[in-house]
Ligand binder design. Structure first.
Ligand SMILES: *Cc1c(COP(=O)(O)O)cnc(C)c1O
Length: 398
């Protein structure tokens, strides 16, 4: 018989009743350390007092009014994002895929209003993940997500990650934009080198293409800067964000420079819930914390500490772990044994981690994680690796 919740997820046995900071607690009182953060969403952990306060206060005023009217909380959040980034204007939506859809539509419209309607193709990169809507699975180009869902949405060309020749050969008169994650999240924490991001910017400028960054996973402090592209000193024309900006409240946004944002004139694009007062109040509260002086420096400091300890783990367990991946607190381990086994064993030790492509486990704690919690997590991973090694010895003896 079918389960009440559709069977499209392979869920663990765990169900949580509440959360406190980096910890999740089941109904029977089992505490686990959350280094998955709801897949890089709970940027400030669980039940952060400032977020709870913002949500409750707004809930007592007004939740939703639609985009037929002004939403002052959303306007304030947009202004703060503009102040802190390359962007001149912001569109709010409800998820990462929806933000990428907005970015894709904006890039196409940009050329269309300039009389180049044929110029709608977008180049993406192998191993990319941009979401699960029809256009974003076409953008991601992964067979396993496309299969069975009818014809692939037209207009996406994929090139191998880091292959400049293939990329330049792919650019044609119909190319509208390049779209890339500064660090591939689902694809296995593969970083785009700084010089490669700069080259992409120059390539776009030389060919009249728009540069779209998908910072749905890398954004909002995850790498120790507000956005990952800041490390490279390169800015996009359009950027999709989501995950961390709501701290657990569903929210996404498209940030863009004026020439791009200006094509979204009244009636061209929309969403009922996007930037409603509840979401915007929480988004503002998230920024209150992340933009507070010293917060991102502290993320950088903890990330370095974590990375050093993870390197030690790789040295100690070469049969389980191959290398450390990622940047900031978007970090992880490339595994030798199947990453699903490491994930399950870590969970048994009381640590939640998230598998990614390329046999990687992601270690993406809330940005408020403490040094002591990092130590605990490393200890749990050490034990998990030791049990996997013991199982290997046992397996070999049998
Ligand atoms: C998670 C993710 C998405 C999709 O976001 P949803 O909110 O699940 O639609 C898109 N791009 C990247 C880089 C992501 O990590």
């Amino acid at each position: 018989m079918i389960t009440p919740l559709m069977p499209n997820y392979a869920r663990t046995e765990l169900a949580f009743e509440r959360g406190e900071g980096c910890w999740l607690v089941t109904a029977d009182g089992r505490r686990v350390l959350d280094f998955g953060a709801g897949i890089a969403v709970n940027s400030l952990g669980h039940s952060h007092p400032h977020l709870v306060e913002a949500l409750v206060q707004q809930a007592q005023k007004v939740w939703h009014v639609s985009n037929l009217h002004n939403v002052p909380e959303a306007e304030r959040l947009a202004k703060r994002l503009i102040e802190a980034t390359f962007a001149d204007s912001v569109l709010f939506c409800n998820s990462g895929a929806e933000a990428n859809e907005g970015a894709i539509k904006m890039a196409r419209k940009y050329h269309a209003v300039r009389g180049e309607e044929n110029r709608y193709r977008i180049i993406t990169f192998e191993g990319a993940f941009h979401g699960r809507t029809l256009a974003t699975i076409a953008a991601g180009g992964q067979k396993k997500y496309l299969e069975g869902f009818g014809p692939k949405v037209e207009g996406f060309d994929q090139v191998p990650f880091g292959d400049r020749k293939a990329l330049e050969a792919m650019i044609g008169p119909d190319t509208a934009a390049l779209m890339i994650e500064p660090i591939q999240g689902e694809g296995g924490l593969r970083e785009v080198p700084t010089e490669e991001l700069r080259y992409l910017r120059e390539l776009c400028d030389a060919n009249g293409l728009l540069l779209i960054f998908d910072e749905v996973q890398t954004g909002v402090g995850r790498t120790g800067k507000l956005f990952a592209h800041e490390w490279a000193g390169v800015t996009p024309d359009i950027m999709a964000i989501a995950k961390g900006i709501g701290g657990g409240f569903p929210m996404g946004a498209v940030l863009a420079v004026e020439k791009c944002a200006a094509v979204f004139t009244p009636g061209t694009h929309g969403t009922t819930f996007g930037g409603n007062p509840l979401a915007a109040a929480v988004g503002n509260a998230v920024l209150d914390v992340i933009l507070a002086p010293g917060f991102l420096e502290e993320v950088q400091r903890k990330a370095l500490l974590f990375k050093q300890k993870l390197a030690g783990l790789v040295d100690q367990h070469p049969k389980v772990f191959e290398s450390v991946r990622g940047a900031g607190l978007l970090t992880g381990l490339k595994c030798v044994v199947p990453n699903g086994d490491v994930t399950a064993e870590a969970r048994r030790e009381g640590l939640l981690v998230v598998p990614a492509g390329d046999n990687v486990i992601r270690l993406i704690p809330p940005l408020i994680v403490s040094d002591a919690e990092i130590d605990l997590a490393v200890g749990m991973l050490d034990k998990a690796a030791a049990s996997l090694e013991a199982q290997m010895v046992k397996g070999a003896a049998e």
